[in-house]
Design a protein around this ligand. Sequence first.
Ligand code: SAH
Ligand code: SF4
Ligand code: F3S
Length: 471
Amino acid sequence: MEHYVLMNVVKNEDKERGIAMEQIRSIVCAGNITPKACVRTYGCQQNVADSERIKGMLSQMGYDFTEQTEEADLILFNTCAVREHAELKVYGNVGALKSLKAAKPEMLIIMCGCMMQQETVQNQIREKYAHVDIVFGPSMIPQLPMMMAQVLTERSRVFTRLELPEIAEDLPIVRDDAHKAWVSVMYGCNNFCTYCIVPYVRGRERSRSSAEIIKEIEELVASGYRDITLLGQNVNSYGKDLEGEMDFADLLAAIDRIEGNFWIRFTTSHPKDCSIKLLDTMASCKKVCHQLQLPFQSGSNKILKDMNRHYTAESYYDLIKYARKVMPDVVVTSDVIVGFPGETEEDFQATLDLVNKVQFDNLYTFLYSKRTGTKAALAENQVEESVKKERFNRLLALQHPVCLAKNQEMEGKDYPVYVESVSKNDSKVLSGKTMGGKTVDFPGSADLIGQFCTVTVTKAKSWSLEGKIKE
Ligand code: SAH
Ligand code: SF4
Ligand code: F3S
């Protein structure tokens, strides 16, 4: 008989986790079998980083990994809820697993991540996707082994919307890449921008202790990682929730002092708390990349107010001017939403004006998507889909040539580049990143991967650069 269980284990107990992982290993690896897990990640880098911890635990339970759902004994989707499109994709993909499960009933299907923290989604899955075994939100990840043990021993389904306030520090990690790494510095968000679901699904802001962050980075640097990205929904809020902790600028400066040859980046910062101190710190630290991802969302002060963003188009532009004054080579990228409720043609013109004034290196453009539970979803003056799309296309037409022009400014100049991989299309071509985060392709031999070299940019394209190694 099928029944639903709400987890009773709510603490982050390392010991319990260890026992559960051993128990699962003895079940799933019985008879010397190596079971296979397929982990799919949707959404932002926070989810990518979460999945690396999920894989760390699965690996400790004895699982190997596969990309193919057909050959998997466990399928886990780590989902995103930020726009409707992201959710529809997940429903489609999980529906497609039904026949796999019918053919292999002992297989485990697990859904987690932001989308799964929502009550309506859990109800849908409970009722319409009977082949899914476990459903939980982002903060319950450390409890995965306990939930799996429950399902494997009782063959029940587990659905939980519990939120764990603590951060589990010592989870094992299987990193996707041997050269660049993600390090979460804080979780959650307190900002409640009126369009955004993230604060509802990721909970309140929680910062990791700086000692833990520094320890993780020291270990990464010692094991050869050279490109490290600090993650948080709003990294500038770092430390506000901890007594006597440093702020984000102090944290950057402390990381900069760690010995070794490596680069440090971060994402994302909110303009309302992007301080002069932070920009000055970026400018003065040697290892901190001059890369600023600073979402502005709209150029209209009326819309910004309705979005609950707490800055104006003018103050945003001032910030960018200051950043460029102290870091002339800074690469500035941003997010913008088109068609927020009540956006008039005039409001949209203000967005175009700001985009034109700033000249972003790159812009991530989104059509406003109504998220149930947020304030903006209740607004009656929703913008028509056709109007949104038409504005969206005008925005792309404005930004597209700017991306190319920005890259053209780099032609003929030399840049330090971190070599990441061999190009997918040509085995004699390497692909690397500049400190600003731009991709450069250049001829070279694969033994340079994981090293820094100086590259002269020879040709600019809209989304990447071509170059040659400077002798
Ligand atoms: N915490 C980050 C962004 C997280 S979500 C920040 O505040 O900068 C990433 C981007 O998705 C946002 O910057 C926003 O541009 C977009 N986004 C969030 N909610 C959205 C919605 N309901 N519709 C369309 N775009 C949205
Ligand atoms: Fe969402 Fe705003 Fe928080 Fe970013 S700062 S995650 S956009 S609520
Ligand atoms: Fe999506 Fe959650 Fe990130 S909603 S964008 S995966 S924080």
